[in-house]
Ligand binder design. Sequence first.
Ligand code: F6P
Length: 553
Amino acid sequence: MTDLTNRVEWRTLRENAAALETSSLRRLFEDDPQRFDRFSIAAAGLFLDYSKNKISAETLANLIALARATGLEERRNAMFRGDAINETEKRAVLHVALRAGGETDYAAEGEPVSDDVAAALSRMKSFAGAVHGGAHVGRTGKALTTVVNIGIGGSDLGPLMAVEALRPFWIEGRRAHFVSNVDGAHLSDTLAACDPETTLFIIASKTFTTQETLTNAYSARDWFLANGGAEADIAKHFVALSTNAEGVKSFGIDEANMFRFWDWVGGRYSLWSSIGLSIALQVGFDNFEKLLRGARLMDEHFLEAPLEANMPALLALVGVWNRNFQGVAAHAVLPYDQRLHRLPAYLQQADMESNGKRVALTGAAVAHETGPVIFGEPGTNGQHAFYQLLHQGTDIISADFIAAANGAPELGDHHEKLLANFLAQPEALMRGKTDGEVRKELQDTGLDAAEIDRLAPHKVFPGDRPTNSILMDRLTPETLGALIALYEHKIFCQGAVWGVNSFDQWGVELGKALAKTILPEIARRGEIKPAASAHDPSTNGLIDRINKMRADI
Ligand code: F6P
């Protein structure tokens, strides 16, 4: 495989970057009144404006040429075909099959999967129907109105984000909680608000080996048994979502209460599978299907549209431009929508676990930057926290601004104010404020020349900060589905261009293994432990200090 940075397209893009260096986004807008039309696109109920990135038509053409040269389209087709494109784990990557709605037949490495997907969805549907309709009740015959989803990473972040986003669609009287952290506070605080007679526990774990999830699951079971439940009642109050039938059985959950999925569904791409059961229980199966339908619309667009008019590919390519040719190392996700408050956390896993890689598929170290740091908060809150650095910091940070034109509810003029901020921030980041503009403003306030000289540098905004704006009519299950699929495919495209495997996550293993070694070295409360010696002096020292604090009770 050719080193990406030696490709002619890469070198041309470097030249483009050098040529654009002396220009500015302001200038690019002045020079081309068509810029907004040229660099915006609508698909699957979403509208993307990427005109506030420092690109020219030529840059974009070269980025698309780079995508073609690196085989993005072939890799996309291979994914949809069910080839084992997750090469280090020898697995197909077929989350698109989960939302095909029976319209396309998919096969993972030649094995048809669509019937299994349909059967799994149909089980979820009847289970949700039984819980909602009262055919499946708790041990005392009461309706199961509370759900506690116990999972972490992909078995938590997606469902939690979607449930929060879809609050207007919640079924009245139902409440879903999510417990992920092994910190006992998370489970204890959640259980304090639960009634054991009306609570359904969903143990969500693709592997069913994850330390945090199993620890929380065993403690939840202990709580259930200590609060009136008997072993025989567990089947009524515990279900599992997993690919590991043996693991589920050994935990004590009957296979009849297991909702399965498959190893070709990556953890961080799994909310469309049985892992979405908490979503279906909270918003109803019909809304869960609408979520799948929204994603399907984006899948179809991604598969069929040429790269020049392909929303996920374009979003990915401007990201590649910013990361590799504009020196942008961090990317902010800024939903101007309180209900999307968990989207940044969700995308941190989706993006950073997928593209935070330093070797290419070949195993050779890459010679270019890969995934950026992803962070974010809902607007307008972030404006009063970290936007100072976005506007005037020494690093250039790119950002996605996301909003719905219509809010729910439309309370007074809240939504107009939200939208005004959604529009103002990218404009400010793009335009900035020049020294001349600042001085004029200060003169107009009557300040003397010395004071103007003193203050002006602090009030200048360099501008030229790249942003995308993603707009939808309103946040619904369909538009949410399309939005998530947009990001999934964006991440895919960037991984394809960078030549990395976006579907493994070996980088999480080392810390997990070390935690297992350290666990027996941590003192139980009041226990005296010998001095630690198996680690580096810092880790040994910290273990000893912790153990001393735990012994002194
Ligand atoms: O530690 C990372 C990870 O493997 C994620 O990729 C995954 O989403 C999460 O742990 C949870 O895994 P599981 O669903 O198997 O419990």
